[in-house]
Design a protein around this ligand. Structure first.
Ligand code: F6P
Length: 324
């Protein structure tokens, strides 16, 4: 019986389990067995695995996190450990390794292809949605919805107390979450690293909100720009004589990354998983699943290396047009 290996690697996100289920069930459908390694690359090195069958992925579609667990594995930087991982994979007679991960994980897996000729297939996930080469990565939609629900609640207090409120969202070096959350919550100001806004413009917008008797403003801040604490301190100091009240802040943090995936993430994760296995069945090698202009397609794994995706300036302009 043909066998494939499967890992989830890097930060967890909602939709990983839906994708695991899709890979396992599609493989099962075509008579292939799935070996799930535990804790990503760590499981490959330590030969820690479990056989995943149709039944073992029952009831996980709606669950956040990953049943395979995930971890950062610095040892994978060393050739010796990669060799060990490859030997473990080969001893199990595994034909290809499926990696549900981000571009860092894809790069790690790519080394197994380059050094040992292993067939490696990447399925993109990250709440940041910044993997180069694909317009969608599993987890993003849920993160945006999680953040939106939290900000809607914060907005009640912000409006009732006529405050200025900074909400920091995740995204590492990119602004996709902030951009969509800003639009979905009607944020007065959205700050993202790709299109920086000078401090004096932020101040002008805050004063404008106050002057137009709106009385309140939500600033959605991508973590890649600054910390909310830092920005609140700076703005409180600079606006202390302007009668805007105390500027408060909230860091949303891991609330964005957990919980049950949205319908969109469940569906995308399922489609990505089925597509990956079917392309592999057709004989395609060393590719990543990508989403482009409404279509799922395959691209060389290397396309995602060394750069991240940048939001379209038009998306950013929409936020400006609709806010202050
Ligand atoms: O890449 C996903 C992400 O949640 C980023 O938005 C965030 O900056 C980072 O991971 C946090 O990673 P960790 O949990 O490993 O500190």
């Amino acid at each position: 019986m043909k066998k494939i290996g499967l890992i989830t690697s890097g930060g967890d996100c909602p939709g990983l389990n839906a994708c695991i289920r899709a890979v396992v069930r599609t493989a099962n459908y075509y008579g292939i067995q799935t070996v799930g390694f535990i804790r990503g690359f760590k499981g490959l090195i330590e030969n820690d695995y479990t056989i995943l069958d149709y039944k073992s992925v029952a009831g996980i579609l709606q669950r956040g996190g990953t049943i395979l667990l995930t971890a950062r594995e610095p040892r994978f930087k060393d050739y010796e450990f990669r060799k060990k991982a490859y030997e473990n994979i080969k001893s199990l007679d595994i034909d290809a390794l499926f990696v549900i991960g981000g571009n860092g994980s894809f790069q790690g897996a790519y080394l197994l292809q380059k050094e040992f000729g292993l067939n490696v297939i990447g399925i993109p996930k990250t709440i940041d949605n910044d993997i180069f080469g694909t317009q969608y990565a599993i987890g993003f939609d849920t993160a945006v919805n999680n953040a939106m629900e939290s900000i809607d609640k914060i907005k009640d207090t912000t409006m009732s107390h006529e405050r200025i409120f900074i909400v920091e969202v995740m995204g590492r070096d990119s602004g996709f979450i902030a951009l969509e959350v800003g639009m979905a919550t009607g944020a007065e100001i959205t700050l993202i690293p790709e299109y920086p806004l000078p401090l004096h413009v932020i101040e002008e917008k805050i004063l404008k909100a106050k002057k137009m008797e709106k009385g309140f403003a939500i600033i959605v801040l991508a973590e890649g720009v600054a910390s909310a604490k830092e920005l609140a301190e700076i703005l409180n100091e600079r606006l202390k004589d302007k009668d805007v009240g105390e500027i408060r802040y909230q860091v949303l943090g891991y609330i964005q990354r957990g919980g049950s995936p949205t319908a969109y993430d469940r569906i995308m994760a399922s489609k990505f998983g089925v597509f990956a296995v079917e392309k592999y069945m057709e004989g395609e090698k060393n590719f990543m699943v990508a989403f482009e202009d409404g279509k799922i397609l395959s691209k060389p794994l290397e396309i995602s290396f060394g750069k991240i995706r940048v939001p379209n300036i038009k998306e950013y302009e929409i936020n400006n047009i609709l806010s202050l």
